[in-house]
Design a protein around this ligand. Structure first.
Ligand SMILES: [Fe+2]
Length: 276
């Protein structure tokens, strides 16, 4: 097994079927195609891709079929968890070859041991509600799974953010029992990151003696509004992705990149030194 590992993450693709636009504004399918093109051409190429929920927009079968068609162009293994916009059964039905989705009989949560970094996906959805929760059964599974390999660096991914971001309307739909999750995570120092989506923005916060990071949206971004009663809205700011790079001598380092191409690269130096 290679010692280093490069893990890409995107989040909240919110795929719609039939060319429809999310919120009548966003070409989410086009944005995901662009993201996949970007990830396929990164150097070095990531070892795998994580997608942290809200895979489709309204949990409909045809949306999952569209998602599958788009993901067919991806040249990396991909691992999926559901978000509040998803439907567990339709996700599983459309991706029957993704055997990890079937590890738990009730919840779409899983562990993957095929890489130098151990990957754990949690199912924080509560069908019919925008906020998230992790019941005792899911938390117990997480605790037991983490106990199995205490010495291996591990990423834990769930859709809902387990911290207060300051964006009021999103915090009202965060993970409700984050304290219970923190209690479990805090007992397992091998957890390098708690990764989430839902916020549609790159945000970091300390959580249970580790670092919680929300991934930017793959298409639209939740507006950066730190007033408690601000409206629920989004901006078409640049979509992004995360790269979690693990090396044994350095540990885990997380980078944020943008999917859209910008001008560059331009040199800082020429033959006479720093360019003036
Ligand atoms: Fe979302």
């Amino acid at each position: 097994m290679a010692e280093h590992c490069l893990i890409a993450q995107i989040s909240d693709p919110h795929i719609k079927a039939g060319g429809r636009l999310s919120y009548r504004q966003v070409d989410t399918a086009g944005a995901l195609r662009q993201a996949i093109h970007k990830l396929n051409h990164l150097t070095p190429r990531p070892d795998l891709l994580l997608i942290s929920g809200d895979l489709v927009d309204f949990g409909q079968s045809q949306e999952y079929v569209t998602l599958r068609e788009i993901l067919a162009d991806l040249r990396l293994p991909v691992y999926l968890i559901p978000g509040n916009h998803d439907d567990r059964d339709k996700l599983r039905t459309t991706f029957p070859d993704h055997s990890y989705l079937f590890q738990h009989p009730r919840f779409v949560q899983w562990v993957v041991d095929d890489y130098p970094v151990r990957l754990i996906g949690l199912d924080s959805m509560l069908p019919g509600h925008p906020h998230g929760t992790l019941c005792l059964e899911r938390l117990r599974w997480l605790d037991e799974t983490l106990l199995q390999q205490p010495a291996r660096p591990t990423l834990v991914m769930l859709h809902h953010h387990p911290f207060v971001s300051g964006i009021g309307h999103m915090d009202r739909q965060r993970l409700r029992n984050a304290d219970a999750l923190a209690k479990v995570i805090g007992q397992h120092p091998q957890v390098e990151r708690v990764l989430c989506g839902h916020l549609h923005r790159g945000i970091q916060a300390r959580f249970a003696n580790t670092l919680a990071i929300s991934c930017p949206g793959a298409s639209h971004q939740v507006s950066l509004d730190l007033t408690s009663e601000g409206p629920s809205s989004f901006h078409l700011e640049p979509p992004g992705y995360l790269l979690h790079h693990w090396t044994p001598s350095i540990g885990m380092v997380t980078h944020q990149g943008f999917i859209v191409e910008y001008p560059g690269p331009f040199p800082f130096y020429d033959d006479s030194g720093l360019i003036d």
